[in-house]
Design a protein around this ligand. Structure first.
Ligand SMILES: Cc1cc2nc3c(=O)[nH]c(=O)nc-3n(C[C@H](O)[C@H](O)[C@H](O)COP(=O)(O)OP(=O)(O)OC[C@H]3O[C@@H](n4cnc5c(N)ncnc54)[C@H](O)[C@@H]3O)c2cc1C
Length: 387
């Protein structure tokens, strides 16, 4: 599909594609089977500039734009959706909010190691009692005497990269008198401030690490507060507005992997003396898959373009994620159907794509919440309390 990409965007897309084919594809099945988080891979992605694609060079990034970044996410996720989400959370949910909301001192301190891939980033919002209703979070941040900083207590659930992260963007209630979204602040924590309480066993996405974290009276200096006190929920919502575009790109990558597998298989598999690609039923499935994937990619690129232009992208990002995640879910199932019994076995990656696709309808806001976000934007009802 000719998307009118710039030479730089094409170059970065090509770099990510080449790396994914050579260094990720061959290992993805084993990482899935053995539930391996390939830590060393991210250092190599860092060397290539792919851990900070859209971070300015002066902060250690590759200095490309947000469109280049979503193209990279599609390529990585086509090979391994777990690698895709690791990079997506690291970049759009940890590095970019630090750039967007950090003081200059915070940016200089925290962003370069993240952008170079020396440190991995995480985003800790969800708790056992607060998922879609993120504003109900209970983790507490109490001021230490004499403005010396903050003491943080609480627990976070299902935190991607949580066990590997050196920098964790964590949300806590700093004013218990305020209910809901008000009174929440964002903090920048190090690995030493949190303990991993549990590794989560998942349906798919097994090469990504998902953990529960405990923060047990961690004391952090005042300069760990990100943005203004009590304005953390706005940080979280703005982060998710951009993050969703990355998850849409991840979903496009998974769907594309399923399509390419099904197409190649259909051109080889023979039944009734003909290649199954010659049956109209299979042709129609492949035609629908290709059409839906292109549509999902275009919605994703539209949202990425708007973000890059500094235009509002709340509804567009939610639309891209809503649509692309449904496409991934539907088309990974169709890929299994095209492969028949082989699709249901571990001999082919179709079943992995199917398992990996489901979560794109859940994290960074479920599909129900995306519809709420879109409807509120359409109707001009801008109350924001969902992730
Ligand atoms: C693999 C994985 C990785 C994750 N990584 C992270 C991470 O890095 N950081 C982080 O902070 N969180 C992370 N999460 C958490 C994720 O964002 C939440 O699971 C998600 O926001 C949904 O919350 P919940 O699971 O508590 O579901 P719930 O909010 O309990 O929702 C349950 C059901 O009710 C529906 N529902 C809820 N409210 C409404 C409503 N108002 N209207 C209509 N329907 C509604 C939902 O759509 C859903 O179908 C991760 C989750 C998973 C599974």
């Amino acid at each position: 599909m000719d998307l009118g990409l710039s030479p730089e965007q094409r170059e970065i897309q090509g770099l990510a594609r080449e790396f994914a084919v050579a260094e990720i594809d061959p290992h993805a099945a084993a990482w899935d089977r053995e539930r391996t988080f390939p830590r060393e891979l991210f250092a190599r992605l860092g060397e290539l500039g792919l851990m900070g694609v859209c971070v300015p060079e002066e902060y250690g990034g590759a200095g490309a734009d947000f469109i280049a970044y979503v193209l990279v996410l599609e390529e990585l996720s086509r090979a391994d959706a777990g690698v895709g989400v690791t990079v997506a959370v690291h970049t759009s949910a940890a590095t970019l909010p630090l750039l967007m909301f950090g003081s200059e001192a915070q940016r200089r301190r925290f962003v370069p190691p993240l952008a170079r891939g020396e440190t991995i980033g995480a985003f800790a919002l969800t708790e056992p009692g607060s998922g879609s209703d993120a504003a109900a979070l209970r983790t507490r941040a109490e001021r230490l005497p004499d403005g010396a900083g903050w003491r943080i207590d609480g627990g976070k659930q299902w935190i991607t990269n949580g066990a590997a992260a050196g920098t964790i963007l964590l949300f806590a209630r700093s004013d218990p008198a305020q209910r809901g979204a008000r009174g929440i602040s964002a903090f920048v924590l190090d690995a030493e401030h949190v303990q991993v309480a549990r590794h989560t066993e998942k349906l798919g996405l097994n090469s990504s690490s998902t953990v529960d974290l405990v923060v047990d009276g961690a004391e952090v200096a005042a300069d760990r507060l990100l943005h203004e006190e009590g304005r953390g929920f706005a940080v979280a919502m703005a982060t998710l507005d951009g993050g969703r575009i990355g998850i849409a790109a991840q979903a496009v990558g998974i769907a594309r992997a399923a399509f390419e597998l099904a197409r190649d298989y259909a051109l080889q598999r023979e039944q009734f003396g003909r290649r199954i690609a010659e049956f109209q039923a299979i042709q129609w499935k492949l035609a629908d898959m290709a059409t839906e994937i292109d549509a999902a990619r275009l919605l994703t690129l539209r949202a990425a373009w708007r973000r890059q232009q500094g235009l509002s992208h709340t509804a567009e990002g939610a639309q891209a994620k809503l649509f692309a995640s449904a496409v991934a879910q539907r088309q990974t199932s169709e890929a299994i159907q095209i492969l028949g019994g082989y699709g249901y076995t571990k001999e082919f990656p179709a079943e992995r794509y199917y398992r990996d696709a489901k979560v794109t309808e859940i994290y960074e806001g479920t599909s129900e919440i995306q519809r709420l976000v879109i409807a509120r934007e359409l109707l001009g009802l801008r109350e924001r309390s969902e992730p």
